[in-house]
Design a protein around this ligand. Structure first.
Ligand SMILES: Cc1cc2nc3c(=O)[nH]c(=O)nc-3n(C[C@H](O)[C@H](O)[C@H](O)COP(=O)(O)OP(=O)(O)OC[C@H]3O[C@@H](n4cnc5c(N)ncnc54)[C@H](O)[C@@H]3O)c2cc1C
Length: 480
């Protein structure tokens, strides 16, 4: 199929990605005399900063992931296409995307690329099977299933070592996501699940936050890092710093200390929040335009966020590298709005050489540690504790997309923070098994099935991966 919005004579803008950059860029074009085609590989926009609350049973999927076409339904100059962009041809000005077997070629006059980033395992991609990252709704639901499944399995086990492995949760990476996740797993075990089991004491679960750096939240450093550490320890989180993960398998991790010694950490449920790598589309763009690419795969853009030689192509958000700007929602949102303004100015006749450079307005960053406690840094101002938490609450509500999302989130928070209850404590078998099953299906389709990938391997390690967290051994076959 070939989509040609240019059948009318309006300027055609294609936006790749329905995250912060893509959505805000599209919305900023709502009054422009253009036709916008937003291509996203998911049907929804995603408020990633609250993913950890979906993973730990506080929020539902709908609270943080409104359907993109519903958000844009009143924007008459925008259409939404579902599909994974596979290729961008800068010379032909086309974007080729695929949804299932259907390929779509979309022509553009201007292009905004906002395909974001995924987890990085620093060359150890095989860790992903047992320690998935948390970037998508699927990741969060899988993690919820793995956390709750580990408690369920521990309740059934009579073996001391097995119980202890099942009740050890390891979060790799002590940045904002790792801190928030570790804090919430601790609260889940100490408050929400307290007294819910008869054979185990959920409050004795071990939550380990591990990082190769020498402090938690290294981006903040100093006082805020120390306060975060103290609050986490009060919650019962065990912090292990200067510790590099050198191996991950179904039953635990191998950790290398600063002095070079290696040790083993037995844990069934592990989650990776240690690094990010930009969308592989960045490499394509760099190769075609001659732009540089940094170690995280981000494209080195010009000061107007465009590619060298292609003033009509903008790369924004987590995919761009400019002035050491961090991977934050605000950078992406402001980048999307800026790119939209430059497109409008170009249509009005402005020479791209006259564009003002992109200027990021730093509104600060923050992380929650537990209920009623957060840390925030706005310029030189540092806030922590309850005040930080109020600021966190207000900002997150403000930026959630849609009034009903704000309302239902506020209700869920009221329940989670003022009682021990959480509304979203269900987990299904499919949530836990789907990723591995899909990966195997893809391997079959690609003809790359390796021995053991169907769960019949000699050591059964594949079948013992993420899925093993909830299913008793006899049931595992069904997931393969
Ligand atoms: C768990 C977590 C917590 C975070 N917490 C915070 C926080 O507290 N504060 C903060 O400021 N930032 C936070 N961030 C970072 C913030 O979410 C990102 O910086 C921001 O989302 C970047 O926006 P983006 O538009 O560049 O990418 P994204 O928002 O990631 O959007 C990328 C979009 O592109 C789509 N896509 C990707 N590849 C393709 C393809 N090939 N074809 C079609 N579509 C594609 C994706 O599906 C997605 O819709 C967090 C991130 C995570 C993962």
């Amino acid at each position: 199929m070939s989509v040609q919005p240019g059948e009318s004579r309006r300027h055609r803008v294609v936006v790749i990605g329905s995250g912060f950059g893509g959505l805000f860029g599209t919305q900023a074009l709502r009054r422009a005399d253009v036709e916008v085609t937003l291509i996203g590989r998911t049907t929804h926009h995603l408020f990633q900063p609250l993913l950890y609350q979906v993973a730990t049973g506080i929020l539902s999927v709908g609270d943080i992931a409104p359907a993109t076409r519903m958000v844009l339904r009143k924007q008459k100059n925008a259409q939404v296409l579902l599909g994974e962009v596979e290729t961008i041809d800068l010379e032909k000005k086309t974007v080729t995307s695929r949804f299932l077997e259907r390929q779509t070629v979309t022509e553009f006059d201007s292009l905004i690329v906002a395909a974001g980033a995924g987890p990085s395992y620093f060359g150890n991609d095989h860790f992903a099977e047992f320690a998935p990252g948390m970037k998508t709704i699927d990741d969060a639901l899988e993690l919820r299933g793995r956390i709750l499944g580990a408690f369920e399995q521990a309740e059934l086990s009579d073996d001391h070592d097995e119980r202890s492995r099942l009740l050890t949760f390891v979060v790799v990476g002590a940045g904002p996501t790792g801190v928030e996740l570790a804090g919430q797993i601790a609260e889940l075990s100490r408050r929400t699940l307290k007294d819910a089991f008869r054979h185990i004491d959920s409050t004795e679960a071990r939550v380990v936050l591990l990082d190769g750096a020498s402090e938690v939240l290294p981006v903040y450093g100093g006082k805020l890092s120390r306060k975060t550490r103290k609050t986490l320890e009060r919650l019962g989180v065990e912090i292990q710093l200067n510790a590099m993960v050198t191996g991950v398998d179904a039953e635990g991790l191998t950790v290398k200390e600063k002095d070079g010694t290696e040790r083993r950490l037995e844990s069934q449920c592990k989650v990776w929040s240690a690094g990010v790598a930009a969308s592989p589309l960045g490499k394509q763009l760099a190769e075609q335009s001659g732009a540089g690419i940094d170690r995280a795969g981000r494209v080195e853009v010009l000061p107007d966020l465009s590619l060298p030689g292609y003033p009509n192509v903008f790369v924004i958000g987590d995919m761009m590298s400019l002035d050491k700007l961090p991977g934050l929602a605000q950078v992406a949102m402001q980048g999307g709005k800026y790119a939209a303004r430059q497109i409008i100015s170009s249509i009005e006749g402005q020479d791209p050489a006259q564009r003002p450079p992109f200027k990021y307005f730093d509104k600060g960053s923050m992380a929650t540690i537990s209920r009623f406690s957060a840390v925030a840094k706005v310029g030189k101002l540092e806030i922590s504790g309850f005040l930080g938490w109020i600021a966190w609450l207000f900002i997150h509500l403000l930026y959630l997309v849609g009034f009903s999302s704000k309302l239902s989130t506020l209700l869920s928070w009221t329940q989670a923070f003022f009682s021990s209850g959480r509304n979203e404590m269900a987990a299904t078998e499919q949530q836990v098994f789907a990723r591995i099953a899909i990966e195997r299906l893809r391997a079959h389709t690609d003809g790359e099935l390796t021995p053991g990938a169907d769960g019949s391997g000699a050591d059964g390690s594949a079948a013992n991966g993420a899925g093993a967290n909830t299913a008793p051994a006899a049931d595992r076959k069904t997931a393969g």
